[in-house]
Design a protein around this ligand. Sequence first.
Ligand code: ATP
Ligand code: MG
Length: 432
Amino acid sequence: MTNTRITHIGSHVDKEVAISGWLYNSRSSGSIAFLEIRDGSGFLQAIVNKADVSEDVWNDTQKLTQESSLRLTGIVSKHPKKENVFELQVKDLQVYQFASEYPIAHKEHGPEFLMDHRHLWLRSKRQWAILRIRDVVESAVNEYLHQEGFVRTDSPVFTPNACEGTTTLFAVPYFDLGEAYLSQSGQLYIEAAISSVGRCYDFGPVFRAEKSKTKRHLTEFWMMDAEAAFVEHEENMQIQEGLIKHIVKRCLEQCQEEFAILERNIEPLQKVVELPFTKLTYDEAIKKLHEEGSDIKYGEDLGNDDEGLLTQHSPVPVFIHKWPKSIKPFYVKRDPENEDLALNVDLIGIEGSGEIIGGAQREDNIQYLEERIKEEGLNEADYTWYLDLRRYGSVPHSGFGLGLERMVRWMSGVEHIRECIPFPRTVNRLKP
Ligand code: ATP
Ligand code: MG
């Protein structure tokens, strides 16, 4: 007897196999029961014919409840009508546990109820599909960056100071050393690591204590920060474009079943792989927004609606680059062609996905950096180590941060980011 998983069932046609999993759904018509089984790798219809099984097995089949765990033995057959779909003609069935009445039935539940039951909700087909897309996105990120010569050098979560400004930090007591802050981004640390390995990235959870109750903000989310020595502004955008295209390509190749479950139209994604991305300077973007009727003022950050207006007719993501220096963090390099602008870039995804990446060429001139630290009212002593990077072999360098859940949200086509991480943390949610 071969133990197998549903994903491999196609290579066992006409053979006897055993599958272990959970009962997802079932229906019975007289002397035949149709069991929809899931085992984590996929979904399978198992058919129990009263005439082919023992009386005990038939009785157990009748008693099975949703989410009961079980092991089935039977012969694999091809679906009579559907190509590449297989079924199991059950000969024997062993129940690990008859599940108690399952709180999540196959009907509509409100989001709060589902979020309270997140530990169970994860088992639904839709959540299964999103978890798997997330996994494919993570692998694709690792794969692309390694292919481009980046070395993974992870950054600490406990940090002594802020990277993005002090208003959105979570503070935690830290022994005799006062307060530590949960990292908002590992960027400053990977800037140090490039002088060792040239190109590097980190990939892990970051924390923002901002009270943004949008469909795109979590308080804990996963960020991939990449940084490269000797890479300047234009090449920084090329690397980002290559990365996004690679992720989309891998999702198209590996997530067909998941996209079908989510009823996600993949046509727009195919275009993203084929066509070059659009670039707009901040100035051009503001002009375009005014033409579209937006009342945004020069020097303001782009809001959700602005991002929507700028991407609504675009088949590809749009880079918005060279923003006013005054609204960008101290470490962003000033544009040598215009002192008031910064060599930064945001990448706005299509289909309402919003900002996916924020990046910039970094200031490599120590005097400019010192000035900016003063201007921002930051404590210079906190940045001594960071300034050392400009004292000992400073180089032009650039990097960017990709929000994993933003990317997963876009790929999955789901409305709310809370479905894009296994256990979401938001302003109002810390459980389960
Ligand atoms: P936004 O303007 O959307 O709040 P941001 O400008 O604060 O984003 P960055 O600080 O540049 O974002 O962070 C880099 C990336 O991390 C963003 O492009 C986005 O993909 C992701 N990101 C930022 N904040 C959040 C959040 N609260 N929840 C989930 N992802 C986020
Ligand atoms: Mg933000």
